[in-house]
Design a protein around this ligand. Sequence first.
Ligand SMILES: Nc1nc2c(c(=O)[nH]1)N[C@H]1C(S)=C(S)[C@@H](COP(=O)(O)OP(=O)(O)OC[C@H]3O[C@@H](n4cnc5c(=O)[nH]c(N)nc54)[C@H](O)[C@@H]3O)O[C@H]1N2
Ligand SMILES: Nc1nc2c(c(=O)[nH]1)N[C@H]1C(S)=C(S)[C@@H](COP(=O)(O)OP(=O)(O)OC[C@H]3O[C@@H](n4cnc5c(=O)[nH]c(N)nc54)[C@H](O)[C@@H]3O)O[C@H]1N2
Ligand code: SF4
Ligand SMILES: [Mo]
Length: 712
Amino acid sequence: MSAPHVSASSVLPPAVPRLVRTTCPYCAVQCNFDLHIENNLPVKITPTKECPVAHGTVCKKGLAALSDLRHPERLTTPMLRKNGQLVPVGWAEAMAYVREALTPMLAANPDAVGVYGSGSLTNEKTYLLGKFARLALKTANIDYNGRYCMASASTALNRTVGYDRGLGFPLSDMGTSDLILLVGANIAETLPPIMQYLKAAKDRGALVYAIDPRATTTAKVAGKHLGIRPGSDGVLALGLLHLMKQWGKIRPTATAHGLTGVLWQADDYPPARVAHECGIPESEFMALAHAYAGATKPLILTGRGAEQHAHGTDTVHALLNLAFLTGHFGKPGGGYGTLTGQGNGQGGREHGQKTDQLPGARSLRDPRHRAEIAALWGCAPADLPQPGKSAQELLNACGSEIEALIVLGSNPVVSAAGAGFVTERLRALKHLIVIDFLPSETAQLATLVLPGSMWCEEEGTTTNLEGRVQRRRKAITAPGAAREDWRILCNLAHAVGRPHGFEYATFRDLQDEFFRVTRGGKADYSGLSAERLDRASAQWPVPHAAGPDTPYAYAPTYPTADGLATLHVPTLPAFTASPRSLTLTTGRLGNQYQSGTQTRRNAGLRAENTAQMHPDTARQHGLKAGDAVTLKTAHGSTTLPVSLTPGIRPDTVFLPFHWPETANLLTDPHTLDPHSKMPAFKATPVTLHPAHAVANEPANEPMRGVGQPVMR
Ligand SMILES: Nc1nc2c(c(=O)[nH]1)N[C@H]1C(S)=C(S)[C@@H](COP(=O)(O)OP(=O)(O)OC[C@H]3O[C@@H](n4cnc5c(=O)[nH]c(N)nc54)[C@H](O)[C@@H]3O)O[C@H]1N2
Ligand SMILES: Nc1nc2c(c(=O)[nH]1)N[C@H]1C(S)=C(S)[C@@H](COP(=O)(O)OP(=O)(O)OC[C@H]3O[C@@H](n4cnc5c(=O)[nH]c(N)nc54)[C@H](O)[C@@H]3O)O[C@H]1N2
Ligand code: SF4
Ligand SMILES: [Mo]
């Protein structure tokens, strides 16, 4: 990249404005833009055509990203809870608290200390967080919010081809597909720059389907919309496989284990059954099947709509099997891919913050991998913990098996399933240590808050949804006593008396170690350096400094024991729901990001927190637009204004999850996908009650959610 940029060392306020090229703090597209810096402050963002992903487009969130940097609520000093209140303290006092709180616990039972990470963290911080948990704390109990994200797709890819890169080809190849199925992905709102590739495909004559219970903005651009019942995507895939088999379209990508069982299962899914279970007209299903059969390069892309179910992994297996058995998996621009979500959702799932993982996408269960990492970290393989609890299990165990929790880069009070229940669990902890740069709802519950750094206040790399590693450059220094997160993790290791391995003199030492440690792993970044990434981004694996990167990841042989793929027969629930029952599904709005910490405070990003429903559904419940409705599930209740959207299925209600008083008060914290441990964010049975009708009922205390804001 021939972009103007500066190194981390040249951050003193300059006499003239300077430009620093970096990447966006939000989603997995990881658009590049230039920051115009004056006096240690970015004053303007300009997109750049040199961005290898978005080519000069950015979305509204990216353009508004500067507003949080010096927000009045920005955390600039550690805050310790004293007499029930969080009060500012110095770093020395904060670290003394950490020492006193954690040292006895670590001596007695290290697994009582949990660590909760994030797909928003750079690769280097992801790596360091995993190392911190295993080497300094020696706890098995580390996991991260990616468990809530693309974990079902990641699990299905790993189980099938032993490898997990969300897209196996450069994003721009999407433009060469002749049929694109967006399965539960509302990319016009969530990954907007990708729309240019969708449009390129359409311009070349491609058919594009949005498969979604709502006629979303994406569906309007796509042109074709299949409004299926939440959770039924796997059934749809089996129905397509059924017809492909009948129509002689089976020509597997490669020899694989499990082909026969998968093909047998499809016999049970004739079109009439599929139309019934998916809740769509059979004619619409047949039109899709004919389009798939006739396409030379069909591409199935899943988003969270298909994946965030208690049978999400099986759903992805069904879609992946279809792509594989029809010979499209692994083709440039064709086959199957998952649209990763968070800024470093891809790299964040590769370098050891997953509970069963070591850096470079190694397995904590594999004796060889354990030995490799132990040698690099200077410990015995037996000293490395075994896999521990997954994200939701970790949160659910707070206050019982887990006595202290360290959170970096997540806001589970808003984003976890059953957030009311989870909030009570977090309150029951002895110690909750949150590293954030804004007072998230989770930080507001903490016993200690440590002020971290924001995106352009630190160096690092992120890996976008096509496995492209890019530099995120430091442009300014963090305000007040806020520190770079990597330094905070090192401070914590020192505070608990385990400094070994956390003595980096500079960020560069950490980064070089990170690249080096991935050598030999499936996600091998060892050929990378900051200098190489200055010249060009690179798609992993990149095993050699002088060698090429890997734009096309999925060869017909796979990194499995015998080089073959293994297809799994999906287990799917039968859909027998009565036509009168309602399903709650949840998701995103274009103007808000995740749990909302970074966007609800931003005046440039306004959005409405409403319960979206079909006009007929509203009418049946005596509701009209703007009325307050109380939504109740087996897990909680919440009250919101109604908004009417004729494009949604009448049996489905949609809630955004960006606010504390919303979606996750209603979702189930206990039922998880058996393979990926994903909660069912996208389907919960729900009932609707006009708010005046429930006003006199007793309040349901534990379900109310977050506690009183204590920092504002
Ligand atoms: N504006 C914005 N952009 C974001 C984010 C954000 O918070 N805000 N977050 C980022 C992250 S981390 C992620 S993971 C991505 C997520 O990106 P998406 O996957 O596009 O986001 P969602 O809105 O969660 O879900 C997509 C669609 O799934 C539909 N859906 C619900 N249930 C089902 C179902 O059972 N089947 C099918 N086929 N569809 C269903 C919903 O109606 C919704 O339109 O977005 C990233 N980009
Ligand atoms: N009902 C429902 N629930 C969902 C989903 C859904 O579709 N429906 N989607 C799920 C998905 S896909 C995801 S990814 C999760 C996301 O939800 P969360 O895991 O809560 O993620 P964020 O809201 O991004 O939270 C990030 C927090 O960390 C802070 N932060 C961000 N980056 C950094 C950093 O680099 N350093 C530090 N120190 N702090 C940082 C932010 O200020 C914010 O408070 O939500 C999940 N929950
Ligand atoms: S698309 Fe994603 S990476 Fe690009 S500007 Fe928007 S939020 Fe940032
Ligand atoms: Mo996500």
